[in-house]
Design a protein around this ligand. Sequence first.
Ligand code: FAD
Length: 285
Amino acid sequence: MRDQWTPGAAGALARLDDFLAARLTAYADTRDRPDLSGTSALSPHLRFGEISPRQIWAALDQACAGDLAARGPESFSRELGWREFSYHLLFHQPQISHRPLRSQFENFPWQPDAEALRAWQRGQTGYPIIDAGMRQLWHTGWMHNRVRMLVGSFLVKHLLQPWQAGEEWFWDTLVDADPASNPASWQWVAGCGADAAPYFRIFNPVLQGEKFDPDGDYVRRWVPELRELPSAFIHKPWEAPLLVLRATGVSLDQTYPRPLIELSFGRDRALAALKSLSSPQAESV
Ligand SMILES: Cc1cc2nc3c(=O)[nH]c(=O)nc-3n(C[C@H](O)[C@H](O)[C@H](O)COP(=O)(O)OP(=O)(O)OC[C@H]3O[C@@H](n4cnc5c(N)ncnc54)[C@H](O)[C@@H]3O)c2cc1C
């Protein structure tokens, strides 16, 4: 963690300068790629008031010579806007870390399971992109936004664990753990927040991994026991032929777990649980 962060205003300003000079232009295209350093990593600095959104906005405006509608600046300023929106929600709904904004979710039939929660926390679910994210969090106190969405969806939907359990773990482990953005984002993921991702939109961690970590570099960095696997299997080691597993030193259940849950089973179970509240259409992304 010490290697990763330089707490304080000077560290925040250095990050901002570096981001504006090197990553702003491509931000809209790279911000969803956990294998690249496409985002600002300003969140802990914002969280602790080491830099303010107004300071960032002014520097952004200057860096793009007032063209805030250009792709990179527009996309980046939108994310700052989400943070403001979360604070707006927290101000008006101070209970958001515990209670769903959409009240019908108070009766959601979660299936609390301490073992499943622990496997998720430890990065031992058998889904490489999920495990990479949870280990990145443990080692650095930070996780890429796209992966936060994936680990959140996996916990809440495939594992049917209450979103509050994920919110609490993030609260304990994130260096940017924020009283507004954390619960607002978890409620967004769970489908019970303001402007929420619909509950029936269930991320598939294999397809998402292949899309946003196409060569598997992010997984290789955080799940080193899979490092030698060819890219074709890096997001689904259980599909690799035995010969490939042997040649790359992977032994399922010994060096790396088999999937904790079968994806279509988890998805169907989540949709059935949701049906007890309403009857939406399924959607796979
Ligand atoms: C389940 C879940 C939990 C989250 N918990 C937190 C949290 O506790 N603290 C936190 O700061 N962010 C949280 N986020 C939002 C987002 O993941 C982080 O703000 C972002 O990853 C921080 O990295 P960055 O500074 O490089 O972001 P950049 O992409 O560089 O964005 C710049 C700034 O905009 C703000 N921002 C970006 N995305 C969001 C967003 N979706 N919602 C609100 N603000 C955003 C952050 O302050 C960020 O520093 C969470 C997202 C999810 C899906």
